[in-house]
Design a binder for this molecule. Structure first.
Ligand SMILES: Nc1ncnc2c1ncn2[C@@H]1O[C@H](COP(=O)(O)OP(=O)(O)OP(=O)(O)O)[C@@H](O)[C@H]1O
Length: 759
């Protein structure tokens, strides 16, 4: 009879076989890489190029093979004929090319996630295999065909269970890093992950429903399924904050995908840093779609006929700069439909040729080419001509344009006539002020209309010429040698030389503002303004997007509260799909219920969610007399939770989320209590952790978007509520704060606070 122990042994054999194969492949790849490297820099340029390409290819493969060590195998599918398929992080075949392990993204693995007792096709049983390092430690079977003999076998061996693997992964201590969910992706999530690349997919779901997890697994799935296209164009992941990007940065590498660019909106333009923050109202004004018109007007304002036109003295002749000539040159330049800085070349050329004609008209002889050429040179170098050409068509950078527009109210009023005096005042700032996050989309718009900075453009041209030379060299290499022989295709060699490995693509994409991606994932997408969306749409002409968010969590005044309204405008009616996720994997039921009831009462449109776990006493309330008592109470509560959840091995996270005005005081009282209770050394260890990755973190509501903690202390919710710029925003902020914990939520407040807001 099959016992649990014997089943474990049997699976251990299968798992060990897979790991042995993985080791062998690593060894083989390493060996090849060493051999290529050993050849060093000897040989002809052709041989060196060939070797470099192989080396890059082997390096990429080694990174991938090393990245999948953890939980290499996690599932098994049994079909009605008794055949078994093992499911894992990557696909493996044995020496004879027989499949040993199926990549979780392959079509054959789909039933592992999507089969149900009512729709299971040929599959009769699904097994979850839990590993600890390379050891099989638990098995769990779901019988899909109740008539199959697997039911009896599973029940006698004691492997027949429900959702143990899922629940175990949900209850584990937080590490500050999101982990992948390949072993436990649920049916409704899997359908989204595998949906078609060609359409924009919106995933709406309440907090903790796995939107971020789904978005990242979808990116990995698309990279696997459309590797050829996406490894050249790349995938961009846009998240709400650097802390969030740091939180998710392990997920894709653990799925064997390293070549993905991740950015916040604030650092989407290479080389530009947004260091300042606007008030919510100013951010709203800057995020409106019509700001694109303001930018367009600001550019157009620099294509004009100057009021004072000079006459220049060349070779004893007076050459006038005439309004009609300028008008003609402006028209010529505009008709090129090129960006402003580029079109300026046409403007200058057209204007100089008009002036040359004016010069010629005044001669009583026909000048030779030489004379005309010299005249144009003199005109070009003439100061008056240069100043006038600049006044008529000024070369600009985007930064200069924004700085000029926001530091001169009369100009802003002219470019954006819809703004009230009060709004103009709110937007005006001193010249040279740092850029804010909401400036970035405006800057991108300006850069798009202006084109490259002329100096940078010249530099780029030089680099491009060099790059073209290298491409030609690669092509010649291939033509001469006919390299390939099935190990590396000519295309792969060319790609490696051109930098088309996913890592190279990612690097080039991240450094190029005009790069267009094959797919964009947007997380916390509800916060993006219309201007932000324009910036993203420009980066993905194929309109292949995964957009995840929750319209009940919107804090930005210019963010989305209705997907239909935003998406119809972006993609057109019928060209995007919305999917809703309904199961809350993060919060205990008690926390989820409290947060949902609050949000519904505040009038937020919330998705109905069902939390999978119940944890009695997961909500705690502490009320104190007044503000004086508040800080001590928060500190004590935090330390109590830290004792339970925060471990010295770096696992476990507790967040204290409070109103901005109290954060400094909260931080000092919490850490003072930590020192009193845990000693100076432990307090020092905790305090010196990176600010975005602290085990005990004191923060505002904005920073914790998308993140999660074992326990959360929400402080003075009514005050958080009052700090927000509108009622809906305040409700959303509190909703976000309350839905961050996986185990425990404590609400610590004063009597007055309690009186002001019912929670
Ligand atoms: N199928 C699953 N198996 C295991 N864990 C899961 C699964 N789906 C989601 N989770 C876990 O649930 C938690 C919440 O997921 P995630 O952060 O993706 O939710 P979200 O919808 O983006 O939340 P929010 O809107 O609050 O940011 C994470 O810890 C994630 O790993």
């Amino acid at each position: 009879m099959s016992t649990y122990a014997s089943q474990l042994e049997e699976e251990q054999r299968a798992v060990s076989r897979a790991y042995n194969r993985l080791d062998a492949l690593r060894e083989e790849t390493k060996h090849r890489l060493d051999a290529v490297r050993a050849a060093g820099s000897h040989g002809s340029p052709t041989q060196r190029t060939e070797r470099d390409s192989f080396a890059t290819m082997y390096e990429d493969r080694l990174i991938q093979l090393r990245g999948v060590e953890d939980r290499l195998v996690f599932g098994r599918l049994d079909d009605s004929k008794g055949d078994r398929l093992y499911i894992g992080r990557i696909g493996l075949t044995d020496e004879r090319h027989n499949p040993m392990l199926i990549d979780w993204r392959a079509e054959a693995a789909r039933p592992f996630y999507e089969a149900t007792p009512s729709h299971h096709g040929d599959i009769v049983m699904r097994r979850h295999i839990t590993l600890h390092f390379r050891d099989v430690v638990a098995l769990e079977d779901e019988v899909l065909d109740v008539h199959s003999k697997s039911v009896d076998e599973a029940s006698t061996s004691g492997t027949l269970t429900g959702e143990g693997a899922l629940l175990a992964s949900l209850s584990s201590r937080r590490t500050g890093k999101m982990t992948d969910i390949v072993a436990t992706i649920q049916g409704e999530q899997d359908k989204i992950i595998r949906s078609d690349i060609g359409r924009a997919v919106v995933v709406q779901g309440g907090p903790g429903t796995g939107k971020t997890a789904v978005a990242l697994h979808r990116a990995a799935y698309l990279l696997y399924t459309h590797r050829r296209t996406l490894s050249r164009s790349g995938v961009l992941v846009v998240g709400p904050s650097p802390a969030f990007l740091h939180y998710i940065d392990q997920v894709l590498p653990s799925l064997g995908e390293t070549g993905v660019v991740s950015r916040t909106i604030a650092d989407l333009i290479p080389g530009v840093m947004a260091t300042a923050v606007d008030t919510p109202q100013v951010a709203y004004l800057k995020g409106e779609r019509r700001m694109a018109n303001a930018i367009r007007n600001a550019v157009a304002d620099r294509e004009r006929i100057p009021s004072n036109l000079p006459v220049v003295h060349i070779n004893g002749i007076d050459v006038p700069m005439l309004p009609a000539d300028i008008e003609q040159a402006l028209g010529d330049a505009r008709r090129t439909h090129q960006p402003h800085n580029k079109a300026r070349e046409t403007f200058v050329k057209s204007m100089l040729s008009a002036m040359r004609m004016r010069y010629e008209e005044q001669l009583d002889y026909t000048p030779d080419q030489d004379e005309l050429y010299r005249t144009v040179s003199l005109l070009r170098m003439n100061d008056k001509v240069r100043v006038t050409l600049n006044l008529a068509w000024l070369p600009m950078t985007g930064q200069w344009l924004l700085d000029d527009m926001f530091s001169k109210p009369h100009k802003l009023r002219r470019y954006a006539p819809w703004l009230s005096d009060e709004q103009v005042k709110a937007l005006t700032r001193p010249k040279g002020s740092p850029l804010t996050r909401s400036d970035i989309a405006l800057l991108d718009e300006a850069m798009e209309l202006l084109g490259e900075d002329p100096k940078l453009a010249a530099k780029r041209e030089r680099l491009k010429a060099k790059h073209d030379e290298e491409i030609q060299f690669a092509k010649d290499t291939l033509a001469q040698n006919g390299i390939g022989n099935g190990i590396v295709t000519s295309q792969m060699l060319l790609d490696n030389i051109n930098g088309s490995s996913p890592e190279d693509t990612a690097q080039r994409a991240a450094n190029d503002r005009e790069w267009t991606y094959g797919h964009i994932v947007v997380d916390e997408a509800q916060e993006l303004t219309a201007m932000d969306w324009r910036m993203l749409m420009r980066r993905c002409p194929s309109r292949s997007f995964t957009i995840v968010g929750d319209v009940a969590q919107t804090s930005a005044l210019g963010g989305t509260r209705s997907w239909a309204k935003t998406m119809d405008r972006l993609f057109g009616h019928g060209h995007w799909d919305v999917n809703e996720l309904t199961i809350d994997y993060r919060n205990p039921q008690e926390v989820s219920r409290l947060a949902s009831n609050f949000a519904a009462k505040q009038g937020l449109y919330i998705s109905t969610v069902h939390a999978v776990r119940g944890i009695p006493d997961s909500v705690e309330r502490v009320t104190v007399e007044d503000r004086d008592a508040l800080f001590g109470a928060v500190a004590r509560e935090t330390v109590k939770l830290a004792r339970e959840f925060v471990a010295q091995d770096g696992t476990g996270r507790v967040a204290v989320i409070g109103p901005n005005q109290l954060l400094d005081q909260l931080e000092s009282s919490v850490y003072a209590e930590v020192e009193r209770e845990f000693g100076a050394e432990e307090a020092h260890r905790l305090r010196s952790q990176d600010s975005w990755d602290r085990q005990i973190m004191v923060s505002d509501t904005e920073t914790v978007k998308g993140l999660e903690y074992d326990a959360v202390v929400v402080v003075e919710p009514a005050l958080i509520d009052q700090e927000a710029p509108s009622r809906l925003v305040s409700a959303a902020d509190l909703y976000v704060a309350m839905t961050r914990p996986t185990q425990r939520l404590a609400i610590v407040r004063t009597l007055l606070d309690e009186h002001e807001l019912e929670l």
